[in-house]
Design a protein around this ligand. Structure first.
Ligand code: ADP
Length: 394
């Protein structure tokens, strides 16, 4: 077990900055996932921890040791990759024990460690199978067991489930959580799949273009995204965005206006460009919004496409058409569209005029120019902004 610290880590290749001044502390025993779109620097960041890549600038610490210049084998880390290379001519036992045999551990110690690891990943009874007699998930578990027997301080996993089918991936997600609980080891996990990041991790590190955007528990990233990038990346389907302008007492977008409680006005001036964000589940039909404590005024819309998902229905709403505006604009312009999620028993059809409202307690405001989050929730019903200290308890 060990704490991992990255201090101003930058990795530059000839004309690309793969990792840009990333600093973070991963606590002892924590499961942290690096997530972000392809090419954002997740793997490179992890490789600097593994020692497979030398950072151009910055330091890496594992426990109390500065490991920046140590070889991978001296860092107390074990890695599991997407492409598992098992030795095809060795059985499971020999594959798992390969590294230990190389390091000349005695036979009894090897057997003890292999059996322990096999039981953690539930491969008991399969130790004499050959790799081609295993399913994809079993092969992946052999790779994990091979990492476990080394007793690492830190596990590094780079998209280890990417080659598995969807069902097995979901199953392996729960297995990895169990593994983390049992081993109580620090795990750094890389994935582009935000569902994996959300479900397994203590905290997720959202990266974009080599820069760390937010490092926080999954639900904090979901409910209080630090900026437009995190807001758009975390959550599926994605958050709705509408660009607008601050007025004396609210926010005006092309198709609707939202009142802001004075206490929740962002510290920006009238006329400043602010982007509103609201998740599909926080858009409601006006007729079924009685339970909302703080709905916006009604917004006229026309339903476009419906996507029944079974447990919910996604309704694509067009705003300017229903509002009487011409549709000469590109219908894909984000602020003219709104995605709403409703329960399957909702009576709604395509091409229907409806009134919708937004849950003001769930509206996010961002500085359009910088992307920085300004306010989460534009009504003070829910109390002070999360993360701020109440000024005076009533
Ligand atoms: P991710 O894991 O998020 O997909 P990577 O860390 O693999 O992203 O890559 C980050 C960026 O660095 C990408 O633009 C990639 O093309 C570039 N990159 C990674 N490795 C090298 C390399 N060895 N040489 C040049 N560019 C690289």
């Amino acid at each position: 077990m060990a704490r991992v610290r990255l201090e101003n880590v930058t990795k530059r290749y000839e004309n690309i900055t793969a990792v840009d001044d990333v600093s973070m502390v991963i606590e002892d025993g924590e499961f942290v996932t690096f997530v972000g779109p392809s090419g954002c620097g997740k793997s490179t960041t992890m490789e600097t921890v593994a020692g497979l890549t030398q950072p151009t600038e910055g330091r890496i610490y594992i426990g109390d040791d500065d490991v920046t210049n140590l070889a991978p084998k001296d860092r107390g880390v074990a890695m599991v990759f997407q492409n598992i290379a098992l030795f095809p001519h060795m059985d499971v036992y020999e594959n798992i024990s390969f590294g230990l045999r190389l390091r000349k551990y005695d036979d009894e110690e090897i057997r003890r460690r292999v059996e322990e690891a096999a039981s953690v990943v539930q491969l008991e009874g399969m130790l004499d199978r050959m790799p081609d007699e295993l399913s994809g998930g079993q092969r992946q578990r052999v790779a994990i067991a091979r990492a476990i027997v080394r007793n690492p301080d830190v596990f590094l996993m780079d998209e280890p489930l990417a080659n598995l089918d969807a069902k097995l991936r979901v199953h392996m997600r729960t297995e990895l959580q169990r593994l983390h609980r049992e081993l109580d080891t620090t795990i750094i996990y890389v994935t582009h799949d935000q569902a994996e990041a959300m479900t397994m991790s203590n905290r997720i590190a959202v990266l974009n273009a080599g820069r760390l955007q937010q490092l926080a528990p999954p639900l904090v990233c979901y409910n209080e995204p630090a900026n437009l990038f995190v807001a758009g990346f975390i959550g599926s389907p994605s958050m709705n965005f509408a660009e607008g302008e601050l007025t004396e007492n609210g926010l005006e977008t092309a198709n609707f206006t939202v009142d802001l409680d004075p206490a929740r006005m962002p510290e920006r001036g009238v006329g400043d460009a602010v982007t509103l964000g609201v998740r599909p589940e926080d858009v409601h039909l006006a007729t079924s919004a009685e339970t909302l404590a703080a709905p916006t005024d009604r917004i006229g819309a026309r339903t476009d496409v419906l996507e029944p998902m079974g447990d919910e229905v996604f309704v694509y709403l067009l705003l300017s058409e229903a509002a009487g505006g011409s549709m000469e604009q590109d219908p894909a312009t984000s602020s003219d569209q709104l995605l709403m999620s409703v329960t399957p028993d909702t009576e709604i059809a395509a091409n229907q005029d409806v009134d919708v409202v937004l849950d003001r307690s769930k509206i996010h405001l961002f500085d359009t120019a910088t992307g920085e989050a300004l306010v989460h929730g534009v009504t003070d019903l829910s109390g002070p902004e999360p993360g701020t200290t109440p000024t005076e308890a009533e």
